[in-house]
Design a protein around this ligand. Structure first.
Ligand code: SF4
Length: 307
């Protein structure tokens, strides 16, 4: 296998994906070609957890969605009203007799174009997202991306970010000492089970699920696991903030059995570190030691399954 995609997922936000992804990327990058990929397109923050925001080498504006443009002059009042009913997203409105598209509600589904009896609707692509590329101060590339506020197409932009990551990974000038091992993409997924998550999981080789011992954390973990199993991707579990609810943490451990890779303690100092742009691996916190232990197990899992 020439390339391996490792995706970090969680059923809900705020569980620690970016902390873990940034740390694993930094640890793996010491010994192999590693590309960090931020696919949490509604709230990309991997660069912050790496302590290296700003200074992007490339920022490309891209289009991942379309919007309806309507020239309503030839439409009768009845046709305009009929058109309103075709839009399931309530993006069409009649104001002062004119049929208008609300750009914040239009999902670009194209239904109004298909149903228009007079062909006065056309779909226009809009530049509604950006892909960002940089070489981090640790020497490996980081590819990130973001949807602009109110825009749609989160799954499509994740696909574009991953394509860009592959292009950069394959053309990057790697240190010759790193060439012997397969290239590793460490992917920070969006939380939940929606389009950006399925797009992050697509083509991935191993999913690391992260949860916290709260009822919603455990419940959402099972939901995202349903998606991982649908794609038939091998997985392992980490419990973050395990000590905020030891009883529930124990229950999750028993539920996970051999799939449990490790636990990370809750520590308010983690938030102070990230606020000061200090990656966890550059601190002396307990979480650093715990993540390093988890890293050894992830390495073993990769070696067992893919090398
Ligand atoms: S493209 Fe779809 S969402 Fe946009 S106005 Fe037409 S029917 Fe509504």
């Amino acid at each position: 296998m020439k390339e391996i995609k490792l995706v970090i997922l969680s059923g809900k936000g705020g569980v620690g994906k970016s902390m873990l992804t940034s740390s694993l990327a930094m640890l793996f990058a010491r010994k192999r070609r590693t590309v960090a990929v931020d696919c949490d397109v509604d709230a990309p923050n991997l660069a912050i957890w790496l302590g290296d925001p700003g200074n992007w080498r490339e920022i490309k504006k891209i289009s991942v969605s379309e919007r309806a443009i309507i020239d309503d002059k030839r439409l009768t009042k009845k046709e305009k009203e009929e058109c309103l009913r075709k839009c399931r997203f309530n993006a069409l409105e009649i104001k002062e007799g004119r049929l208008r598209v609300n750009p914040f509600l239009c999902e670009g589904c194209g239904a109004c174009e298909i149903f228009c009896p007079k062909g006065v609707v056309r779909m226009k692509s809009v530049k509604n997202a950006q892909v960002l590329v940089k070489k981090t101060r640790y020497g490996f590339p980081l590819i990130s991306g973001q949807l602009f506020p109110g825009e749609t197409g989160s799954g499509k932009i994740v696909t574009e970010i991953k394509k860009e990551a592959e292009r950069i990974g394959r053309s990057f000038r790697w240190h010759s000492g790193l060439q012997s091992k397969p290239m590793l993409y460490v992917i920070d997924s969006a939380p939940g089970t929606g389009c950006p998550v399925t797009a992050s999981l697509r083509d991935s080789n191993l999913a690391i699920l992260l949860t916290e011992p709260t009822p919603s954390g455990f419940s959402d973990l099972k939901r995202v696991l349903g998606v991982v199993n649908y794609f038939n991707i091998p997985w392992a579990l980490i419990i973050n903030k395990w000590d905020i609810n030891r009883n529930l943490s124990e229950k999750i451990e028993k539920w996970a059995g051999m799939k449990l890779l490790g636990k990370i303690s809750y520590d308010k100092k983690i938030f102070r570190a990230v606020a000061n742009l200090k990656p966890i691996l550059k601190t002396e916190l307990e979480a650093k030691r715990e993540i390093k232990e988890i890293f050894k197990k992830v390495k073993k899992l990769l070696a067992k399954n893919f090398l």
